[in-house]
Design a protein around this ligand. Structure first.
Ligand code: ASP
Ligand code: MG
Length: 400
């Protein structure tokens, strides 16, 4: 088998941890596999480098930031290769450039355009374990670029796709993806399988496990992903195509997003073009609007509500004041969004009904609802967020 493994920052955070990773890699090699290992910087290292830059400038040039930040991953790739060699394994470490990772020129958030895997393939053929510095590539004119925070996941998936690897194993400090946050519901269960789309919808549960962009890429390239812990030998969670999941659960997980706030515009003129004006302005200001509700208009006026990330509230308020689209702007920071996600919903009715019944039984008022093919989201008062998660987890029997 050709296996691409990726180890996150905590997995390579100390000398001891790197030694543990080397043992894991060596074991898979001994079993007769070809191995490409992508590594993150040691945990905290990227932040430290950013801070260092900020001690000289509030707004350092992005080109130099990329040169700086890419060094963190180079350190770990070289150290892991040195450790593996010392254990008697033929190993070669590479920077993004050496690994043939070509990106566009958007410094600090570059996109991978193409991977020339010939160098990696040549080294694999010679029997080498190839260790690649994640999070980085090279632009067309030979500048060092980085892929955005958490970008090593993306490196691993892209390399797995380019080489046609049998599997891409992502190692972190958590066991996999759970039915909900175990800190909220101790009965949460680790999922054996989950589809790409569910994983994307459960972003808030999976964020610590996998960067969203890498899941999107894995879906596009049909890369078989496994997330596992590098701190134990537990089975992880497989992330794969929906067609490849035999038993499709009705509901796979319950996510809670605590970083949302609600904006209500009262007395919005009820005529064509107003909504376009409001949401164009918000888009121009870079505000990420999630749910939207518009009431039926009365006497030429209506109310319009929408949710946005908490930290974009001030920008949104100012934008709405600027265009004076409403008589009044109300803001509620005390809300959360609870989402129920599952591919089984596509073919079953009554899933939403169970959610509404469950919240009604707990006397929790639902303020907004939105649905997609595989998700039902509800905005409720933040006070009841965790209670709602536990009640829903129970209602869909996710602990079984
Ligand atoms: N070191 C980079 C970061 O901290 C990339 C990564 O860890 O995936 O964002
Ligand atoms: Mg990471």
């Amino acid at each position: 088998m050709l296996i691409v493994q990726k180890y996150g920052g905590t997995s390579v955070g100390t000398v001891e941890r790197i030694t543990e990773v080397a043992k894991r890699v060596a074991q898979r090699k001994k079993e007769g596999n070809d191995l490409v290992v992508v590594v993150s910087a040691m945990s905290g290292e990227t932040n430290k480098l950013i801070e260092l830059a900020h001690s000289f400038s509030k707004d350092p040039k992005k080109r130099e930031m990329d040169l700086l930040l890419s060094s963190g991953e180079r350190v770990t790739s070289a150290l892991l290769a040195i450790a593996l060699s010392e254990m008697g394994h033929e190993t070669v470490a590479m920077s993004g450039r050496q690994a043939g990772i070509q990106t566009d020129d958007l410094h600090t958030k570059a996109r991978i355009e193409h991977i020339d895997g010939s160098r990696i393939e040549k080294e694999l053929k010679k029997g080498n374990i190839v260790v690649v510095a994640g999070f980085q590539g090279i632009t067309e004119i030979g500048e060092v670029s980085t892929l955005g925070r958490g970008g090593s996941d993306l490196s691993a998936v892209a390399i797995a796709g380019a080489l046609g690897a049998d599997v891409c194993e992502i190692y972190t400090d958590v066991d996999g993806v759970y039915t909900t946050d175990p800190r909220i519901e101790p009965k949460a269960r680790k999922l054996a399988n989950i589809s790409y789309d569910e994983m994307l919808e459960l972003a808030s549960l999976g964020a610590k496990v996998l960067q969203s962009r890498s899941v999107e890429l894995a879906k596009k390239l049909n890369v078989n992903l496994i997330t596992r812990s590098s701190f134990n030998n537990n089975e992880g969670t497989n992330i794969l195509r929906e067609e490849d999941i035999m038993e499709k659960p009705l509901v796979s997980g319950i996510a809670i997003d605590k970083n949302q706030a609600r904006v209500t515009l009262r007395g919005v003129t009820d005529k064509p073009g107003i909504a376009a004006e409001i949401f164009r302005k918000l888009a121009e200001e870079g505000v990420n609007v999630d749910m939207i509700i518009q009431n039926v208009g009365v006497d030429g006026a209506t109310n319009l509500g929408f949710t946005i990330p908490n930290n974009e509230l001030n920008i949104a308020r100012k934008a709405m004041e600027d265009i004076q689209a409403s008589e009044k702007i109300e803001i509620d920071e005390g809300i959360v969004k609870v989402s129920i996600v599952g591919v089984g919903m596509k073919s079953h009715s009554g899933v939403a009904c169970t959610a509404f019944d469950t919240l009604a039984d707990e006397r929790i008022n639902i303020q907004m609802i939105s649905t997609s093919e595989i998700k039902i989201s509800m905005v409720i008062s933040a006070k009841y967020g965790e209670l709602a998660v536990r009640a829903l987890h129970d209602a869909y029997k996710l602990d079984q």
